[in-house]
Design a protein around this ligand. Sequence first.
Ligand code: NDP
Length: 249
Amino acid sequence: MSLSLEGKTCLVTGGSRGIGRAIALKLADFGADVAVTYSRSADAAEEVKAEIESKGQKAKAIQADAVDLERAEEVIAEIVDDWGKIDVIVNNAGITKDNLILRMTEEQWDDVITTNLKSIFNYSKAAAKPMMRNRGGSIINISSVVGISGNAGQSNYAASKAGIIGFTKSYAKELASRNIRANVVAPGYILTDMTGELDEKVLEGIKAETPLGRAGDASEVADAVVFLSSDMSSYITGEVIRVDGGMAM
Ligand code: NDP
C-alpha cells in the first residue's frame, strides 16, 4: 500500500479558500484529479483549478451551494460522467455565526446547522450510489475540536460539528459492507480567513491552550486527509482524527 492517489478522483466542497484549498492542492500533489466547489469565490476557485492543472492533474471548479441536495447530486453526476467515477469526497464547506445563546438568533442557528451539517448529508448521500457501483470510496468529513469539547459563543457551530461525528459513524456502519469508509478530521486552531476574524487576545488564549503552542497550518489538516483518502487507511472507518496540536486531549 502507498500514499499515492494516482487514478483517484476527488471532490472537495468549499475548496476555494483556506483548509479546503490546501486539501485540494495536496490531493493533486499525491496524484489525484480534483474538483472543488465554492459558494461565492469564483476567482479563487478558478485559481485553485489552474494550480491543480499545473501539477498535471485534471481539475474542476464548480459553483454549488453546499446546502442544496439537488445541486450536490448534479455535481457528483458531472464528475462521474466526465471522469468515470468518484473515489473521495471531502466535506469541508463550513461557516461560523458566533453568538452567546441568549443573543443567538434563529437565523444564526439555522444557517450554521444547515451549511455545516446538512451539506454533509447532501454530498455523502449523493455519493453513496456511485461509490457502491465503484465498489468502494472514502468520505472525509471536516468537523472541529469544538464539536468534541464545546465552546462558549459557538453553540450552533459546536452542535453542527458534533452532529458530523454522529452522522459519520452511522454512515460508516451503514456502508462498510460496500467498502465505503467514512471518517472525521477534527482540526484545532488553523490560520485561515475564518480564524482571521478573531481578535489578538482570543488567539493568544487559544495558543496557550494548545500543547504544541502554535496555530496549525491548513496543509497539516490536508496531510491527514491525504492519508484517509489513500489505501494506507484501508482498515480505518468511523474514526475521528484530531489535528489540533493536542488541544482536545
Ligand atoms: P474559510 O472561511 O477560510 O473557507 C470556507 C470555505 O467554505 C470557502 O471555500 C467557502 O467558499 C466555502 N463555503 C462556505 N459556505 C459554503 C456553501 N454554502 N457552499 C459551498 N461552499 C461554501 O474556512 P476554513 O478553511 O477555516 O474552514 C474550512 C472547514 O474547516 C470548515 O468546515 C470549518 O468549520 C473547519 N474548521 C476550521 C478551523 C479553523 O481553525 N480554521 C478549525 C476547525 C474546523 P467561498 O470562498 O465561495 O465563500
